[in-house]
Design a protein around this ligand. Sequence first.
Ligand code: GDP
Length: 360
Amino acid sequence: ALTIGIVGLPNVGKSTLFNALTKNSVLAANYPFATIEPNTGVVPLNDPRLDRLAEVFGSERTVPATVTFVDIAGIVRGASEGEGLGNKFLANIREADAICQVVRAFADPDVVHVDGRVDPKADIETIATELVLADLQTLERAVPRLEKEVKGKKTDPAVLAAAVAAQGVLDQGITLFAGAGAAGVDVEQLRTLGLLTTKPFLFVFNVDEAGLVDEARRAELTSLVAPAQAVFLDAQLEADLAELDDDEAAELLASVGQSEPGLDILARAGFETLGLQTYLTAGPKESRAWTIRRGATAPEAAGVIHTDFQKGFIKAEVIGFEDLVAAGSVAEARKSGKARIEGKEYVMTDGDVVEFRFNV
Ligand code: GDP
């Protein structure tokens, strides 16, 4: 599964958030295919559509999609020049598919800030700088090698051109995720170089209760990290919610002006940041959400259930979730022409309820 690496400066609430995530983790028994490691939180992607489908189909259970978060330990500051823990930090980030930085935005004077002030912008820059420096080092080694390979006609000149252009972006202290587009750097060409800052970023602002509903501050912090997504949550509150039953949790959330847990918002944002979407299947046994990349075709989607489904793919019967619920059954949806037969070229849409036809 694709993973999101969680990073942050010390004392920003990273452990508090991660503990809440692991408490919210899906039970390994329901997901035998998921290897759940101690530093990994596999959280469900809350999807109210599954409950509706379960009603329509009389399903015994619902199985939501999941998002995997990995706690990335190690020294942040100085990592790019470091040995040992610094290197481990960078190596762990290299393995993640997206980077989620937890940023302290709560004021509590009892919790010491490493730099003696609460300054989200500076904290974001501190981590970005380490990753940018690490990428510059990677490119310093890679560019002379690529030059030789291009001369020897072993490498496409477009790769070298992209690497040099990437250096230009990084030299300004900007990550490739934030700056490659505007600078016209073709990041696809850089894929084999193992760069860190081409990965998609996501930011979690750990705010206090007042910060959750401070729209002006939220807008300010959101624009600070665009085009990355910003999620606002109170890590301490999330940790408290994880200890409560559903009714108590709903009450606590309502008391701070929230309609859903921050962890649900984070799971959704993480899922989007990874470039993923879901489609749905439903039957008497289970209503289930399946994870595919955005842009996946029907045979690729079938392959997520079973590789044989992809190999033997014939066609898919697709009903939009809203249409199916409105019709009340597959038979009624078919009668009213809402069930579509789609072939190999069909690109899946989020919320498709699907039944595959295949040869075995
Ligand atoms: P880490 O070093 O980033 O892993 O930070 P911790 O999760 O250990 O949190 C550092 C301190 O900040 C602990 O004393 C937490 O109780 C406190 N803390 C974490 N999140 C919040 C929060 O949202 N609000 C407040 N007031 N304190 C928090």
